[in-house]
Design a protein around this ligand. Structure first.
Ligand SMILES: [Ca+2]
Ligand SMILES: [Ca+2]
Length: 550
C-alpha cells in the first residue's frame, strides 16, 4: 500500500472505567500516546454542525470507521481514519442562493419551493460554493477546518450507514423509498423538496435519488484491495457523481453505483451535498489534491499499523467467505457473515473504538428449542415451543451445546473452524450493524420493535417475530438475554482490538435484554453483569458464533 498511515481511531474518555491499566493491552502504550491528540479531538466533536450563513445548513458527524465498498463479487474494504461532517440534505436552492446570490436551477419556475435541491450546478460551481461558504463562516469555524465536496468514499460510507444491502433500507426499491424514475418516463421527472423520504440509519436524506451528488474525486476504474482514505486518481477528465436522481431508474440509486460527468457541465439532475472536515487531518483539499504527501514519507512507521495490516489481510480473506453458513445438524441453524471492521462501543461519553480484525459467522436468530433439542437431546425451557428461543439454560450448558455441535459438524466444517459463544464485542458489532444509536432502529423503543417488559407478553416469542437489523439479525434486542464468552469486568478505555474480556471473573456477560426487561436494558451498548456460569434463568438464552479458532 502506497500510503500507510497510522490508524487514527478514537480514544474516548471513559468515566466508568477504573483508572487502571488496560487489562487487555490491545494497543501498545506508545501507539495510544500517538493517537491521543487526534482521538481526543474526535471525542469532542458534536454530533451535528450548523453552517449558519447558508440558511442553517445542517450537518451530521460521521465517526472514523470502515465499510465494504461495491458489489458483493468485487468488494473492497475501505477504511476512513478521520471523522467528518456531511450535509444532512442535498444543498437546497435557498441555501445556494444565500451563499452565491444566484439560483441556477431549472425546476424553480415549476416549483418555487426553496427547499428543492439546487441543480444545474457544475462541479466547479459546487466547489465555488464551498469556497464562498468557507469565507462566510471563517470566524465561526475552528482553524484548519473547511467545507468541501465529499470524496466518493465518504459519500458511500455515509450512504451505507453501516448497511451492506443494495440500498440503505434493504435490497428492494419502490416509489415510497426515494424520488427516482420508477415509471421509466422519458420526461416530466422532477426533483422534490429535500427530506421527503425516510432518512438512512445515520440520519441522511435523499442519498438515494432526487438529484445526483458531485464528489471530489476524478473518475477512474476503482482500485482493488483494501484502501485507506482513498481520494481517487490525481488527474482525469470527468468527476464522480453518486446516488442517482429523479430521472434515473433503480440501478443508478444503488449504494455502490458510480457515475461520472464533466466538471464544467450543467445538468438538470445534478446537485451536491457538502462535507465539513479538518483539512489538517483530511486527505483532500479544495483542489482535490492530496494534502498528505508529507505524511506518507514521515516517521509514522508501519509498526504502528499492525492492526490496520491485520484488518487488510483479513478483509481480503473475508471477501472469499460465503455470506451465510448453515449448521445442518442443529436443524439448519442459519448464520450470517460479519466482515472485519470497527464500531463505536458504548453511548454518551463512555465510548471506545473497537476493531475486529477477523470476520465471523453469527446466528441469525437466538438458538431455538428444536435446535437445542436436536443437539443436546433435551429441552430445559420453561416456555415450551419448538421455534421459541431455548431458555433456562446456563452459560455452561451453552458451552456444551457448542462443543457437541462441533462434534456433529466436524466432517462438514473447514479445519480450525469452531462453534463457540460470541465475545461481547462480536455481539455488539453485529447488534449495531453499523449504527451508533441506542437501538439499531434509533433512539426510542416501543413494542413494535422488540419483545420486552412493556410488550406485555410476559414470556418469550417465536424467534424472528420482529424486524431484523440491517445485517439481517433478529431479536438482538429483547426476547432472551444472550450469553457471551467474556467474564464480566469494568470496560477498559482506549481503542481496543479483538477484546476478549478479563482473564478471570465470577459472572459471564449477557447482552440485549429479555421479555422481562425494561427498555433501557435492551440498548446496543448496555452491558449486564450476568450470572455465575452454572446459573439457570428463564430470561436467558444464547446465539452461536462460527469462526476460525486462533
Ligand atoms: Ca441525492
Ligand atoms: Ca435477544
Amino acid at each position: 500500500m502506497k500510503q500507510i498511515f497510522l490508524i487514527v481511531l478514537s480514544i474516548f474518555i471513559s468515566n466508568i472505567v477504573n483508572a487502571q491499566e488496560n487489562p487487555l493491552g490491545a494497543i501498545p502504550k506508545t501507539e495510544q500516546e500517538k493517537l491521543a491528540d487526534a482521538s481526543e479531538k474526535s471525542s469532542q466533536q458534536k454530533k451535528t454542525f450548523i453552517a449558519k450563513s447558508a440558511k442553517n445548513l445542517e450537518m451530521i458527524w460521521c465517526p472514523p470507521g470502515s465499510y465494504l465498498r461495491g458489489h458483493v463479487s468485487r468488494a473492497n474494504t475501505v477504511i476512513l481514519t478521520e471523522g467528518f461532517y456531511l450535509g444532512k440534505y442535498e444543498v437546497t436552492q435557498e441555501q445556494y442562493r444565500s451563499v452565491m446570490g444566484v439560483n441556477l436551477s431549472s425546476f424553480l419556475s415549476f416549483f418555487k419551493g426553496a427547499k428543492l435541491p439546487v441543480e444545474q450546478v457544475s462541479w466547479e460551481d459546487a466547489m465555488a460554493f464551498c469556497k464562498k461558504l468557507n469565507e462566510k463562516e471563517k470566524n465561526r469555524i475552528p482553524e484548519g477546518w473547511a467545507f468541501s465536496l465529499p470524496t466518493e468514499s465518504q459519500w458511500e460510507y455515509a450512504c451505507r450507514a453501516g448497511t451492506r444491502t443494495a440500498y440503505s433500507w434493504g435490497n428492494e426499491i419502490d416509489s415510497s423509498r426515494a424520488n427516482y424514475n420508477w415509471e421509466n418516463r422519458q420526461d416530466s421527472t422532477q426533483s422534490c423538496d429535500v427530506g421527503q423520504y425516510a432518512a438512512n440509519p445515520w440520519g441522511f436524506y435523499d442519498m438515494h435519488g432526487n438529484v445526483w451528488e458531485w464528489c471530489a474525486d476524478w473518475y477512474a476504474k476503482y482500485p482493488s484491495g483494501v484502501l485507506t482514505n482513498p481520494i481517487g486518481p490525481a488527474t482525469g477528465t470527468v468527476r464522480v457523481k453518486r446516488g442517482g436522481s429523479c430521472h434515473d431508474n433503480r440501478v443508478s440509486l444503488l449504494s455502490h453505483v458510480r457515475g461520472y460527468y464533466a466538471p464544467d457541465a450543467h445538468w438538470t439532475y445534478m446537485g451536491f451535498r457538502i462535507v465539513f472536515q479538518s483539512t489538517l487531518a483530511s486527505l483532500t483539499g479544495s483542489d482535490g489534491k492530496s494534502r498528505n504527501q508529507g505524511r506518507s514519507d514521515n516517521n509514522e512507521k508501519s509498526e504502528s499499523n499492525g492492526d490496520l495490516k491485520d484488518l487488510a489481510d483479513a478483509s481480503k480473506k473475508s471477501s472469499q467467505q460465503e455470506k451465510t453458513f448453515i449448521a445442518k445438524s442443529a436443524k439448519n441453524l442459519e448464520m450470517i457473515w460479519c466482515p472485519p471492521g470497527s464500531y463505536l462501543r458504548g453511548d454518551g461519553y463512555n465510548t471506545n473504538t473497537v476493531i475486529l480484525t477477523e470476520g465471523f459467522y453469527l446466528g441469525k436468530y437466538e438458538v431455538t428449542q428444536e435446535q437445542y433439542q436436536s443437539v443436546m437431546g433435551d429441552n430445559p425451557s420453561k416456555f415450551k415451543g419448538m421455534k421459541l428461543p431455548v431458555q433456562t439454560v446456563s452459560w455452561e450448558d451453552a458451552v456444551v451445546f457448542c462443543k457437541k455441535l462441533n462434534e456433529k459438524e466436524k466432517n462438514r466444517i473447514p479445519e480450525g473452524w469452531v462453534f463457540t459463544l460470541p465475545t461481547e464485542s462480536q455481539w455488539e458489532y453485529a447488534c449495531r450493524a453499523g449504527t451508533t444509536t441506542r437501538y439499531f432502529w434509533g433512539e426510542k423503543i416501543n413494542s413494535d420493535w422488540a419483545n420486552y417488559g412493556e410488550s406485555g407478553y410476559e414470556k418469550t416469542r417465536v424467534v424472528g417475530s420482529y424486524r431484523p437489523n440491517s445485517w439481517g439479525f433478529y431479536d438482538m434486542h429483547g426476547n432472551v438475554w444472550e450469553l457471551c464468552s467474556d467474564w464480566y469486568g469494568s470496560y477498559p478505555s482506549g481503542t481496543l482490538t479483538n477484546p476478549t474480556g478479563p482473564a478471570s471473573g465470577s459472572t459471564r456477560v449477557k447482552r440485549g435484554g429479555s421479555w422481562y426487561s425494561r427498555g433501557t436494558h435492551l440498548s446496543s451498548a448496555k452491558r449486564s453483569i450476568g450470572f455465575a456460569p452454572s446459573y439457570l434463568s428463564d430470561s436467558m438464552g444464547f446465539r452461536v458464533v462460527f469462526q476460525l479458532n486462533k
